[in-house]
Design a protein around this ligand. Sequence first.
Ligand code: FES
Ligand code: FE2
Length: 389
Amino acid sequence: MPTTTIDRGAYFTSLPQPYYLSPSLYEEELELIWGRQWLLAGHVSQIPAPGDFFTFEIARESLILIRGDDGEVHALYNVCRHRGFRICDPTQGGHMKRILCPYHAWQYGRDGELLHAPKHADGDPFAYADYGLHEAAVEVWQGFIFVHLSDDPLPSIGAELAAADESMGVLQPERMKIVKTIEYPCAANWKLLMENELECYHCAPSHPELCNTLSLAEMHAHHNEWGPDRPYFYSWMPLKNGAKSLTMDGETVVRKPFGEYAEGREVPEGFASGFLVQPTCTFAMFYVDHGITAKLIPNAVGEATLVGDWFVHEDAVEGVDYDLDELVGLWDITHRQDIELANRQQLGIASRKYAPGPDSKRYEPGIESALNLYLEMVGDVSGLLDLPG
Ligand code: FES
Ligand SMILES: [Fe+2]
């Protein structure tokens, strides 16, 4: 049973103060929320060949995302089976023939199996087969790599996002590449960024650039269609009439369109696609020429990082097909505005006078949906709603 309810009939509220300030609740959330959802880790273009890898840090865990010799993507816990050493540095990424723990030089294959432990032949005194790296659940959907920390994973993310298959599939996302990544540190509880990203009531006053080409009326209508409190959505940001892409001026910023649109398929008026994961707040917005993903990484009760990635066609060439500053411009401004909003909201929420006010069921329904899901996932946390001393 959730500890709190947010429904007040004609409106709902966000959460009472301790939900945004309690360190013990934050610790529980890492397991109850972040340990129980499919999380977007990256994209296949980051690891095209066997041995290519990157690390993904989330909820006090570190995973090595590596393309195995079998051609599959593996998510291996970055924890040596000898004495627990963190094998790859979080800033590392690249290519490796074998996974070598630097401490005592145990060697693992690209699929995680233990291949060699110095001074110990296989079976002397332990069997190598018993000491491969632990694997997390991993699934690649439309080129996006999702991981799951639970040993008891939810149903397939591909099945969950099936409604987005058609419009994302036309873009051939597995033939995209990431050309820019920016990390935005935020001095706020992760849920404030999540709430911000799920409503566009703030878009007119706070995102003037975004509102040049975003259709606010359709955005509100779209939010109202989201319906029941589900974690995975086919979702997009609708364009104003006549706009071709969500950019500063509605024109495309990449000359080479994605997928079938590069091969002459007619682009539907106002084409937009994407997906959303809540309450962990990952969203992806794709247009005919470019796309973005944004994922939230919680760091501490009052700290999070928003990671923004920008995608173009794998053959698009910087300086020829697109200008990087122009590509990044709109969402870089928008992300910075959102971070500033969350930072200032955190300050207000810490006040002795803060109490959750009325939120609009019509203009902020995404928050209600995500918070109901959140409350259901964390359950009874009445014993954890302490405040920092
Ligand atoms: S901890 Fe990795 S080889 Fe010893
Ligand atoms: Fe925003």
